[in-house]
Each structure stands twice: as structure tokens, then as C-alpha cells.
Design a protein around this ligand. Structure first.
Ligand code: B12
Length: 288
């Protein structure tokens, strides 16, 4: 978080500035609250402060200011830096800090992560970013959003099942993970088949799990003829189990693709998706 040495942290802890809990073996443990209290009281810049201290404090302060002011473009810049540097800890800390200040997980996904990934794609396309930087950014994003998700409160499980995946040939799994997290936070059992799932096998999974909801995320698709053929089988299976079908992702902007994937709802993002889910599956109708 502050990019300082272990001895600095020990010194702050020994002076009482940074509260710690000692394990029976004598190791120091720091609660999130203690870190935040320390940060509010001046953080890493409170004492002697070498250059590294000042830099780290400046970063933390910038993050605090950006979060407090809901400065989305600054938050995007800060997240971008963490993402292309492969800094999972910084990416996760940013999302956690935002959440503590009242920015919901969906807001972070839509207003920070998604625009940053779109920008990364654009910079990659223009040859300004290396492929490995795009890969690092993907890993950081999957890890950071997963980290926040595991800490969030969830609605009680209501027994409904959603089956989610990307069609064959599509390796873009970040939006899919976001959809799964959104449903889990709402108390769904959300099963992810992951990226690159052939539709005929997706249809078999529908038979196996009898979901109330099926979510397809598609960014890039190939072989429209094969998709057309397999989707018919998939659609019949979904209808047989009375599952609603929701589609989302850039691939559906192409009318040819859109027309193949008969659906109940096409989501633009996570906010309209959540509205749809809450409207179509009200709590009173829950199975358990
Ligand atoms: C990361 C990335 C990759 C990574 C993916 C890693 C991973 N683990 O997921 C890797 C390196 C694998 C990759 C590979 C390729 N990629 Co790529 N990739 C991207 C990038 C930068 C980000 C994608 C992403 O995660 N976006 C963030 C998500 C959250 O945003 P989103 O998809 O828009 O989703 C939002 C909404 O659409 C919606 N949504 C989406 N799906 C769903 C589903 C449901 C049910 C709901 C409710 C909502 C919903 O909610 C989301 C939240 O807001 C994009 C740039 C971009 N514009 O997206 C390029 C991009 C998609 N890739 C592109 C290309 C060309 C490729 C490759 C062909 C490159 C190559 N030559 O190898 C391969 C193809 C691989 C394949 N077969 O799929 C192009 C596609 C252009 C096109 N339309 O043809 C893009 C646009 C980059 C560019 N500017 O040119 N890529």
C-alpha cells in the first residue's frame, strides 16, 4: 500500500502510531481499520519520510481525494497505472478504498474497470501498449474484482440458479466474472462455465442444472453458421427449463450475431441487468 520497507512498518507499530495485534507467536497483524486510522493521521508521510515515503503517501492521498470527490477520470488513471503494472495489490486496494467510501461494486465495475479496459484495448490496437501489458491488466482486474467480491456482504441465498458462460472461441472472461459476482451478491447460485464454452455443451449444462436464468457474454464470435445451428438446440433446452436468457457484450452490436441469439433481455451493462433481474425475479417468488 505504501511501498515502504518492513522496518518502517515495525517502527510505526512499535511507536504505537500504527496499531497492531500480536499473534501468540509474536507476529504483528494489522486490521484494515488500523491501516485506515494510520492513513488518516498522516500515514507513511508522518515521520522522517524518505523519497519512497513521500511518493507512496502522495499516491494514497491522491486516491483518497479521487474517491471522496468521485473523480472518475482520476480513479481511472490510478487504476490504469496499477493494471498495466500488474500491481494486483494496488488494484484491489483502490476498489476496497472506493467501496469503503460508498462506491458500490457495480459502480466501480462500470465507471472504473470497464472504461480502463476499453482504453487498454484501444491503446493496444494503436500499438501503444504491449500485449503483455494487456494480459497483466486482465489478471489484475480478475484478481481485484474477485478480492472485493469475497469481502462484500451478500443477500441470503434464495435457491435460484443462473448458468453463465461465453460462447466457443471467445476468451474474454472479465465481463462474465462481473456478471457472476453481481448475481452472487444478490443471493443467486451463479455457475460459471467460463470462457470458450461450445453452445452444444452449454445446452447440456442447462439440462443438468435447470437454471432459472442463463447469461451469455460475447465479445468476439466466429463461425456464425455453427453458432446458428448450435444455438437452436441451446434455445430449446433453455425454453424447456423455462430459463430466461440474457445476453450482453460487444459481439451483439452486430445485427447478424444479435439475430442468432434469441433472448429475453439484452443488457448494456450491469446496472440495467440488475434492474431486470430484480424485476423478473422478485424476492417473494424465491424457491427457498
Ligand atoms: C482483455 C482483452 C483481451 C484478453 C482477455 C483476457 C481475459 N482473461 O478475459 C485477451 C488477451 C485474451 C484478448 C484476446 C483477443 N482480443 Co481482446 N480485448 C481485451 C480488452 C482490452 C478488454 C476486454 C474486457 O474485459 N473488457 C471489460 C469488460 C467488462 O467490458 P465489456 O466487455 O464491454 O462488458 C461490459 C458490458 O458490455 C456488459 N456485458 C458484457 N457481457 C455481458 C454479459 C451479460 C450477461 C451482461 C448482463 C452484461 C455484459 O457488462 C460489462 C460491464 O460494464 C478489449 C477491449 C474492449 N473494448 O473491451 C479487447 C478486444 C475485445 N480484443 C480484441 C481483439 C482483436 C482480440 C484478439 C483477436 C487479439 C488477437 N489478435 O489475438 C484476441 C481474441 C481472443 C478470442 N478468441 O477471444 C478487440 C476486438 C475487436 C473486434 N470487435 O473484433 C478489442 C475490442 C480490442 C481492440 N480495441 O481492438 N483480449
Amino acid at each position: 500500500m505504501w511501498a515502504v520497507s518492513e522496518s518502517s512498518v515495525k517502527r510505526w507499530s512499535d511507536s504505537g502510531a500504527l496499531a497492531c495485534v500480536r499473534t501468540p507467536g509474536g507476529h504483528r497483524r494489522f486490521t484494515m481499520q488500523a491501516l485506515l486510522d494510520f492513513q488518516r493521521a498522516g500515514g507513511a508521510g508522518r515521520d522522517d519520510g524518505g523519497a519512497d515515503h513521500r511518493g507512496a503517501t502522495a499516491d494514497a492521498t491522491q486516491l483518497d481525494l479521487a474517491v471522496a470527490g468521485r473523480d472518475w477520470s482520476r480513479l481511472q488513471e490510478l487504476y490504469y497505472e496499477a493494471a498495466v503494472a500488474g500491481d494486483e495489490a494496488a488494484g484491489a486496494a483502490l476498489l476496497e478504498r472506493a467501496f469503503q467510501d460508498g462506491i458500490s461494486a457495480i459502480e466501480s465495475k462500470e465507471r472504473i474497470l470497464t472504461p480502463v479496459l476499453h482504453l487498454i484495448g484501444e491503446r493496444w490496437r494503436r500499438g501503444e501498449l504491449n500485449i503483455w501489458e494487456e494480459h497483466l491488466a486482465s489478471q489484475v482486474t480478475l484478481a481485484a474484482t474477485g478480492h472485493l467480491h469475497r469481502r462484500l456482504p451478500r443477500a441470503p441465498a434464495h435457491g435460484r440458479v443462473a448458468l453463465c458462460g461465453c460462447p466457443e472461441g471467445d476468451l474474454h472472461e472479465i465481463a462474465l466474472q462481473m456478471v457472476v459476482e453481481t448475481l452472487e451478491a444478490e443471493g443467486w447460485r451463479a455457475i460459471s462455465l467460463g470462457p470458450n464454452t461450445p453452445l452444444f455443451s452449454f445446452a447440456d449444462a442447462v439440462q443438468r442444472f435447470s437454471p432459472q436464468l442463463v447469461c451469455i457474454s460475447a465479445t468476439i464470435v466466429h463461425d456464425l453458421e455453427r453458432l446458428r445451428r448450435d444455438y437452436k438446440h441451446f434455445y430449446r433446452a433453455a425454453r424447456h427449463h423455462a430459463a430466461r436468457i440474457v445476453i450482453g457484450g460487444a459481439a451483439f452490436a452486430d445485427p447478424q450475431v444479435h439475430d442468432i441469439f434469441l433472448h429475453d433481455f439484452r443488457a448494456i451493462g450491469l446496472t440495467d441487468f440488475l434492474e431486470y433481474v430484480r424485476r423478473e425475479f422478485p424476492p417473494s417468488d424465491a424457491a427457498t
